[in-house]
Design a protein around this ligand. Structure first.
Ligand code: ADP
Ligand code: AMP
Length: 226
């Protein structure tokens, strides 16, 4: 490639508060686009389960509904992104220093982002989605007790694995995570707006409607950058 050119590929950041539907949409779009879903929370939970040094260090922050320190996250994500040219970053970056580190990494790799998709919802909806969420911790697939229940209670339709309520989806921890979002992550909206990358999606709509809105927005962005 000559300078100024960049590798083709779907490279997206999914931005929005916990419960907005980022993971749900990332799983669908990874399946249809061939991009890999890189979900920071899922990766951290795997480290916790395997009791790696990173998992042990992250644990107390996650339980408290706090963000894990930037240096740990950035090191982990550099390793996760390496080797991929199409990816959906689900849950990263979550602070301005993380976004700056991502910019530096992608500039080095010649892999600019295509778009940053902002999932917009109201707060009452987030609380209802998170407190009813059921998670397969091995695969990251989620259900909802009311709006998207599994066929057999507590069992994943796909792999028969157990579905659990994440400890940090209890209402008191959800409230703390929303405070973290407002104080540290919301600043990424003007950050990516200034970079001309932000696409706003009404995430209150049904799952397939949100998927179609993201696909349309990404196609328009791809036409714009190519
Ligand atoms: P995030 O990854 O942003 O934290 P999830 O994708 O895990 O959010 O979704 C949170 C919960 O809301 C899950 O239980 C999921 O089934 C449900 N959900 C996701 N998208 C929608 C939607 N568009 N409408 C209703 N419920 C949804
Ligand atoms: P999630 O599964 O995306 O809701 O993330 C669960 C938890 O993992 C968060 O509440 C944080 O403690 C931690 N976490 C996930 N992604 C990040 C990130 N980019 N920066 C800091 N902490 C993170």
């Amino acid at each position: 490639m000559t300078p100024g050119e960049h590798a083709p590929g779907v490279r997206l950041v999914f931005l929005g508060p916990p419960g907005a539907g980022k993971g749900t949409q990332a799983q669908v779009l990874a399946g249809t686009s061939g991009a890999v879903q890189i979900a920071t929370g899922d990766i951290l939970r795997r480290h916790r389960r395997d009791r790696t040094p990173l998992g042990l260090e992250a644990q107390s922050f996650m339980d408290a509904g706090k963000l894990v320190p930037d240096d740990l996250i950035v090191r982990m994500m550099e390793a996760e992104i390496a080797g991929h040219d199409s990816f959906i970053l689900d849950g990263f970056p979550r602070t301005v220093p993380q976004a700056e580190a991502l910019d530096a990494l992608l500039a080095r790799l010649g892999l600019p982002l295509v778009a940053v998709v902002l999932f917009e919802t109201d707060r009452a909806e987030l609380m209802a989605r998170l407190t009813g969420r059921l998670t397969n911790e091995r695969t990251g697939r989620t259900y909802h007790v009311v709006t998207d229940p599994p066929k057999v209670a507590g069992v994943d339709d796909d792999d028969g694995g157990p579905l659990v309520t994440r400890p940090d989806d209890r209402p008191e921890t959800v409230a703390k995570r929303l405070v973290e979002y407002d104080s540290l992550t919301a600043a990424l909206v003007p950050y990516y707006g200034a970079h001309g990358l932000l696409v706003r999606i009404d995430a209150m709509q049904a799952v397939p409607t949100v998927t179609a809105a993201i696909e349309g927005a990404v196609r328009r962005r791809e036409a714009h950058v190519s």
